[in-house]
Design a protein around this ligand. Sequence first.
Ligand SMILES: C[S@@+](CC[C@H](N)C(=O)[O-])C[C@H]1O[C@@H](n2cnc3c(N)ncnc32)[C@H](O)[C@@H]1O
Length: 271
Amino acid sequence: MGDSGDHGRGSSPVDVAPLNASSYLDPHYWDERFAAEEHYEWLKDYSHFQHLLRPFLNPSHSVLEIGCGNSRLCEELRKDDVADMTCVDISPVAVERMRSRFRDKGLEGIKVVQADMLDLPFGSESFDIVIEKGTMVKAEMLFGFTEDVLFVNSGDPWNPHPETINKVMKMLEDVHSVLKPEGIFISISFGQPHFRRPLFEGASFTWSVEWKTFGEGFHYFFYILKKGRRILKSDDCKNERSDVPSISLLHEELEDEDYMFRTTLCDELEN
Ligand SMILES: C[S@@+](CC[C@H](N)C(=O)[O-])C[C@H]1O[C@@H](n2cnc3c(N)ncnc32)[C@H](O)[C@@H]1O
């Protein structure tokens, strides 16, 4: 399986590919991977979406990244003047290596916390911005959005298992809770709006849901959820259109970007 991200520039070429997709279910997979791998960017590195994220950054903001892995996003944000930066990951190996990297680079001010995003150890209204990049996709796999659900011939992507929904919603509830009243959740993902919106627009959330895309040829989604700014359904089609045909196959999304085909929700609503 080829991870569909930017291979870490300057990192050693190590064999970290799982035997199969279900290896992501094994918590030891991540520890073993991070023990062998110095740096890897899932999806894309900061330079590809900096133009989308930067307008939301403010030096006085507190920023939380969930599922940081060994990405350089935290340090890139520090370079962009984010002073109060926290990143969390469930893998103790990732956390230790990240702390060591920050020590070596004199970036001790960046807090690195081992935590489960289903049970974030922060008080409510702690952060101005929460960011996840590629973590929710994996979370969906970990939580049961496997090929059994989303693979084209073997499941119904429109009706995921209730247990799956419950776990994803728990993650989103935690994110919603730790955001300040006008905080913003940024989710950078393969996940298409017609699958993400039913989750993001859960009844208990007060955030508005917008998205943009980035990437050439293959598009990634950059979701912007602004707490306290929920909008009416009639505003939905103001979101950016993507111009490729429909069919989302999470299995293939994770296996190979070439299989990624999308359409806009608004096209579907119009038809
Ligand atoms: C696909 S990687 C993305 C890493 C990084 N965000 C990036 O863009 O390169 C997913 C990360 O989520 C972490 N992770 C998986 N389950 C988690 C959980 N329940 N809580 C926190 N982190 C989790 C993994 O250890 C891994 O670092």
